[in-house]
Design a protein around this ligand. Structure first.
Ligand SMILES: [Zn+2]
Length: 403
């Protein structure tokens, strides 16, 4: 699904970029409606609606747009993707100084330096306005690759990896530096650094990093403007998106990738994702959303119905697991933390299961059928297949395996 989206909004946004560099909000709304409808269609239960007749979403759009490795579905927010395209355009603008459009725009908007601090103008084209919106992010992520050193300001331009402009490290007591000094001025013709010219102005750790940079040499090449956020200084749309998204998603969890690599069909995959997120529409969730006042399990009437209860602890589920799990590990199976439980069952195929091969398929199939059976009883809509949960799960496992 995410890959289809990538190609979809790649074409769409490219078109918008030419005519409307501002955020294409109408397209963004369309993608959200489509994605939410897809996620709800795969949830396995009747689509819940609110008093206004509109669909209720189990997972926020913000969480859907998280990377897969961090519990989302990897969707990209289209207005941020549009900004990423603008960054790409701005980077191309700067990295092609001899192109006609670079020279034309520089002349039209009177840009004095190659990388101006700002490009905002009171009256300008929509394209230039779009570039000015993302300009700070472009400027902050540029990094020069030293060639002959004739285009890079030694103190003011970023050319040492992960360090930024050297001016910010100059010792306060030492102020004897020349602003217009080029990188080429600080090296001998053979490329060796003239340490005596700057070593007393910079801290030791910065000098070590400069030592790792090959000195400028006129016969090698000209200086190249690179992109610091994606090695080796090549521009990538992914890094531009991450810069604009400015999101700190925290540590990743391999369980999400395991779920997305589940060999079963898409609806089971999405169901496992929802279950692992704890986002199934259980009675506990209904009470939480004030749709109901009673959170007791509709089947056993003995405990609150939440994700953990309906998948593991409800007697209707326990009876299925008892026939599949090793007796000496049954207590651990019922007590393990839910996400760890998913991780263990999808990766260690012989840890809990009496029969190891394809346990991940059977595990996912049982969970799916537990949910279907519960919904068929609660909503009084009998399933076409009258077999037991275990029989139906084993048939589903076999069908997935044979595909
Ligand atoms: Zn129950």
């Amino acid at each position: 699904m995410p890959s289809c989206y990538a190609s979809y909004h790649h074409r769409t946004t490219s078109h918008w970029l030419i005519t409307h560099p501002k955020k294409p909000r109408s397209i963004s709304r369309l993608t959200q409606h489509f994605a939410k409808a897809e996620a709800t269609a795969h949830s396995g239960s009747p689509r819940p609606i609110n008093d206004a007749g509109k669909g209720i979403h189990l997972v926020s759009w913000k969480d859907v747009c998280r990377p897969i490795s961090h519990g989302g579905l990897g969707f990209r927010k289209i207005h941020i993707q549009n900004d990423a395209f603008l960054i790409k355009l701005a980077f191309r603008f700067l990295s092609q100084p001899h192109s006609l459009w670079f020279r034309f725009l520089r002349s039209k908007y009177k840009c004095k330096s190659r990388v101006p601090d700002t490009i905002q103008r009171r009256t300008c084209s929509s394209l230039w306005k779009g570039l000015s919106v993302v300009w700070d992010d472009v400027r902050d992520n540029l990094e020069w690759q030293v060639g002959d050193g004739r285009n890079i300001y030694f103190w003011w331009d970023p050319w040492v990896s992960e360090v930024g402009p050297l001016i910010q490290y100059v010792q306060p007591a030492a102020s004897s530096l020349t602003v217009g000094t080029l990188v080429g001025d600080m090296a001998l013709p053979n490329g060796e650094w003239r340490w005596a010219a700057f070593s007393h102005l910079l801290p030791y750790d910065i000098l070590v990093r400069i030592a790792a940079v090959k000195g400028p040499c006129a016969v090698v090449a000209t200086d190249i403007l690179g992109w610091s956020s994606s090695p080796p200084r090549g521009f990538s749309l992914k890094s531009a998106y991450e810069i604009r998204a400015n999101s700190n998603f925290g540590p990743h969890d391999v369980v999400w990738q395991m779920i997305m690599k589940f060999r079963g069909n898409q609806r089971i995959k999405i169901f496992l994702w929802l279950a692992c997120c704890g986002k199934l529409m259980t009675n506990t969730e209904r009470v939480h959303r004030r749709f109901a006042t009673d959170n007791i399990c509709s089947l056993c009437k003995a405990a609150p119905e939440d994700v953990n209860h309906l998948l593991r602890l409800c007697p209707s589920a326990m009876v299925v697991w008892m026939s599949l799990i090793k007796p000496d590990r049954i207590d651990e199976f019922y007590s393990m933390e839910l996400r760890e439980w998913f991780r263990c069952n999808l990766s260690k195929l012989r840890y809990f299961a009496r029969r190891g091969p394809d346990w991940d398929l059977l595990f996912g199939s049982v969970l799916w059928n537990l949910w279907l059976t519960r919904n068929s009883i609660v909503f009084d809509c009998p399933l076409e297949d009258h077999g037991s949960i275990l029989e139906r799960s084993q048939r589903l496992q076999l069908n997935i395996k044979l595909k």
